[in-house]
Design a binder for this molecule. Structure first.
Ligand code: AMP
Ligand code: SF4
Length: 469
């Protein structure tokens, strides 16, 4: 069978990213810089800011971390009282300059800048249809599809965006900045988070609420699925671009992506992770299988769950692994070779803590199995005598098509191996997960859990063949 490689597909882009916007606040580009800094964990390969002074929109963007792309001087050059920004993750195949956001549009009807987090599942169909009617694409970004769809429709911007968004299937959180107003849109399944905050006389929009705390904005509310906000100097107007909605927020935001201090759909991420750790401990207690001397978590995303486990079992929570903070997140390095090297450079065991100990090792998830296998080796090399791995999510069995880069179906280790086989492969002394039902228990029912359950909340279009056996 011909296997469709994900990089064969036009529009396979806009992986897990962070978007931020601020409207009607002095030093908008400076605020956006700090907002993006707080969202840096969502993407580290490119960053950009576009600002408007109510007359012109200008943009600076480039490859690298936010502080590599911008200096104090370049941020100042982006004058104006409104701005949008983007931090970008890109997979190995789409790291081109054309795809770095904000995407700037110079239309006769008015200039605008677009930032996007998510992935459009019917991107290929739309792109082919658009090309057949004369559209020319510069990059492979989904944002370009939105832009062409907006320009194909007539009416005011709200009408044009409404019509365009009704043609999109999949996950998106868009912010659009025109010279005199800003729009924020969340997809009809609410797959990607997007929140509204108040700042002085103006407003902020962010992928995660942690950015509000950093810039001194107050959280107002999450956007609703299918909602389109229009913000100008006078007011915030709310429209539904569709009323056919359901809430299916991405569970991986709680499991891995979001910062622990963020609150998504009313649930603090640290507390959600801690609860998963407690549940793992309860499973072990019930099975009389609490078999460690100390509990350690894989820094940083598993520390909350490790604290939860330790609290529940009344075992010492220890700092058995130290992370070198100056290495980017391993998974976010596009090639497998880079990733493997990354684990070794990134984590070290504290041998005085782990030597001679039976360890309960908490990790948030296992995707390819590279990270956990190496960590177990690092801990055993440092003298740990037993390692009992507990995963604070269910087995990761199916890829994501909604903006989270999770590798091909056939590379997902839990798809290829049973829990027992995987335990042997990673050389753990035992391995347990929580179940999909327990994930609903922790995070609520309004979730997408497709990578754990294979139950996708939308049609998958051309991606359907990627999950066929
Ligand atoms: P691996 O099993 O080596 O592929 O990596 C799994 C680790 O990467 C997990 O422990 C998470 O901390 C992290 N991770 C899980 N899913 C993702 C993702 N979609 N993107 C980036 N990192 C992830
Ligand atoms: Fe999140 Fe998984 Fe759903 Fe993708 S498939 S949106 S990673 S829960």
């Amino acid at each position: 069978m011909y296997k469709v490689k994900r990089y064969d597909l036009p529009g396979k882009i806009n992986e897990e990213c962070g978007v931020f916007g601020v409207y009607d606040v002095e030093d908008a580009s400076g605020i956006t810089y700090y907002g993006l800094h707080a969202l840096q964990h969502r993407g580290q390969e490119a960053a950009g800011i576009a600002s408007s002074d109510d007359v012109h929109i200008q943009c600076i963007k480039g490859k690298g971390l936010i502080q590599e792309v911008f200096t104090a001087e370049t941020v100042k050059k982006l004058n104006g009282i409104s701005a949008v920004g983007h931090v970008r993750y890109s997979s190995k195949d789409n790291n081109e300059l054309e795809n770095i956001q904000p995407l700037m549009v110079r239309a006769h009807t008015g200039h605008f800048a677009v930032v996007h987090n998510g992935q459009i599942v019917n991107a290929m169909e739309l792109k082919i249809a658009l090309e057949n009617t004369g559209s020319i694409f510069q990059g492979t970004s989904d944002s370009e599809i939105l832009v062409h769809l907006i320009q194909k429709h007539s009416g005011n911007m709200v009408t044009k965006i409404t019509k365009a968004c009704n043609m999109l299937e999949g996950a998106f959180a868009f912010i659009i900045l025109t010279k005199d107003c800003m729009f924020a849109i969340r997809d009809k399944n609410g797959l990607r988070p997007l929140s509204l905050g108040k700042m002085k006389d103006g407003y902020c929009i962010s992928s995660e609420t942690c950015a509000f705390d950093v810039v001194g904005a107050q959280f107002i509310r999450d956007l609703k699925p299918g909602e389109l906000l229009r913000i100008d100097h006078k007011e915030v107007q709310s429209f539904q671009y569709t009323t056919i909605t359901q809430k299916k927020m991405c569970a991986m935001e709680y499991v891995y992506f979001a910062r622990p201090d963020s609150v998504i759909e009313g649930l603090n991420v640290h507390n959600a992770r801690k609860k998963a750790g407690k549940l793992l401990a309860q499973i072990d207690e019930k099975e009389h299988d609490v078999c460690g001397d100390i509990v350690i978590g894989v820094p940083d995303s598993s520390l909350s769950a490790a604290i939860g486990y330790a609290e529940e079992c009344k075992l010492p929570y220890e700092m058995g692994l130290i992370k070198n903070r100056y290495i980017a997140r391993t998974f976010i390095q596009p090639t497998q070779a880079q990733r493997e090297n990354g684990v070794r450079m990134k984590l070290s065991a504290v041998s005085s803590i782990v030597k001679g100990k039976k360890i309960i090792l908490i990790d948030d998830s296992i995707v390819r199995g590279t990270t956990i296998k190496r960590i177990i080796k690092i801990l055993k090399d440092a003298g740990a005598i037993e390692i009992h791995v507990r995963i604070a999510s269910a087995p990761f069995i199916s890829p994501c098509f909604y903006g989270v880069d999770t590798t091909d179906y056939h590379e997902l280790i839990a798809h290829k191996m049973s829990v027992e086989e995987l335990k042997e492969y990673i050389q753990a002394d035992s391995l347990k997960y929580i179940s999909v039902e327990q994930m609903y228990e922790i995070h609520g029912k309004d979730l997408c859990l497709a990578c754990f359950s294979k139950q996708y909340p939308t049609e998958l279009f051309q991606h359907q063949k990627e999950i066929e056996e």
